[in-house]
Design a binder for this molecule. Structure first.
Ligand SMILES: Cc1ncc(COP(=O)(O)O)c(C=O)c1O
Length: 378
């Protein structure tokens, strides 16, 4: 079946964070918050209809079917053999980031992450009263990667948790086996736990790249890692709230459970049936989605990279273009682009001063119009 990702679905006045929150002038193209403007695949919609029609919305438990599906998926896609009891389901991945920061280390300890980075990574340590340590991502051979030397010099005896985003939001990197092995070696040497947010793993745009769950590298890696996953980004069900932490190490799992207990409601039945349908019945939709996103990406890269001082490295994954606008010499460029009718995210939010993040998970016609408006500003 062919899916129509060109369809323009009106999301205005639907209480959408992306379309309604900012109260931008009529006609503004919203490209901030990371959700997609595409209708969910039919199996998800059907599952949601059935639950709604049933009409009783009491508390739910995570069905064994979902745990089985995830377990099989990890083995089929990555050869990672996991146990079902390693899965801890939570209604959102961002709360799991905060819970991990709370769970690992003492109150005086520090949490390290690379920057620029998805903002909850640099905000969460502060939420739980711990110290944030950062080191930079650097450009090597036309892609963003870790500055491993800077990582080694930033680590102190207080560093207890490394927050990893793989694939990387906002720089789009899919880390290689060698990079991940190097990271595990450094963290192991310093006794640092890794919290790996792998929410973008099903959105690999570069067909030469393959996602590797860092925990699947070795038993040592498995033992020191909390892996966070969710079907929400890929299948556009972020508003339903459904994610999972996979924690093989029993002590770490206990710490994580203790840190999260009492803070979150049980997952809703809507989110659970949607997750089952997403992982089980929507692979053809996902493949067509990735092809569509890749075409949007290639268009933006072709049109904007090098245009009047803009610079963009090709993304290996995600639908979030990371554009260096510092070469344009235009101050407050995000504001100027907004005045021209496109809402992008200011890189400052991700500790990436001078950059812009552009969410291109929308019909191509909007991407073309947005690119024209941005070029008009320059
Ligand atoms: C890296 C990353 N983690 C987590 C999330 C959000 O996860 P959730 O909606 O499940 O809290 C996002 C959303 O953009 C993201 O990019």
């Amino acid at each position: 079946m062919n899916y129509n990702f060109d369809e323009l679905i009106n999301r205005k006045n639907t209480d959408s964070f992306k379309w309604d929150f900012f109260q931008d002038p009529e006609g503004t193209i919203p490209m901030p918050v990371a959700d997609m403007d595409f209708r969910c695949p039919e199996p998800i919609l059907q599952a949601l209809r059935e639950v709604t029609e049933h009409g009783v919305f009491g508390y739910s438990v995570v069905p064994e079917t979902l745990k089985d599906i995830l377990q099989k998926r990890l083995e089929d896609l990555y050869g990672w053999k996991t146990e079902k009891e390693w899965q801890v389901w939570i209604p959102g991945l961002v709360p799991a980031i905060t819970a991990s920061c709370r769970a690992i280390g003492e109150q005086t300890d520090a949490i390290i992450t690379s920057i620029p980075v998805y903002h909850p990574f640099h905000l969460a340590p502060n939420y739980v009263g711990k110290k944030l340590q950062t080191f930079p991502m650097i450009e090597v051979e036309n892609r963003w990667t870790f500055d491993f030397e800077a990582l080694e010099t930033t680590i102190t005896p207080e560093t207890k948790l490394f927050m990893l985003c793989n694939p990387y939001n906002p720089a789009g990197t899919v880390f290689t086996k060698q990079e991940l092995e190097q990271l595990v070696a450094i963290c192991q040497k310093h006794g640092i736990v890794i919290c790996a947010d792998e929410i973008h793993c099903d959105l690999i745009l570069d067909s030469e790249k393959k996602h590797i769950p860092i925990a699947s590298l070795s038993q040592e890696a498995e033992n020191m890692t909390i892996t966070l996953l969710a079907p929400s980004k890929t299948f556009n069900i972020a508003g339903l709230g459904c994610s999972v932490a996979i924690i093989p190490n029993v002590e770490l799992r206990k710490k994580f459970e203790d840190a999260k207990n009492g803070f979150f409601p049980p997952l809703t039945r809507h989110s659970l049936v949607a997750a089952i349908a997403a992982y089980r019945d929507c692979e053809d939709w996902r493949q067509q989605l990735v092809t569509y996103l890749k075409a949007n990406h290639d268009y933006i890269y072709h049109e904007l990279n090098g245009y009047q001082g803009l610079k963009m490295l090709p993304l290996e994954a995600t639908y979030l273009a990371w554009i260096d606008a510092s070469g344009t010499g235009i101050p407050n460029i995000q504001e100027k682009i907004l005045q021209a009718g496109v809402r992008l995210m200011d890189g400052k939010i991700f500790m990436g001063e001078g950059f812009l993040r552009m969410n291109f998970a929308c019909p191509k016609s909007l991407v073309i119009e947005a690119v024209e408006r941005i070029k008009g500003v320059l």
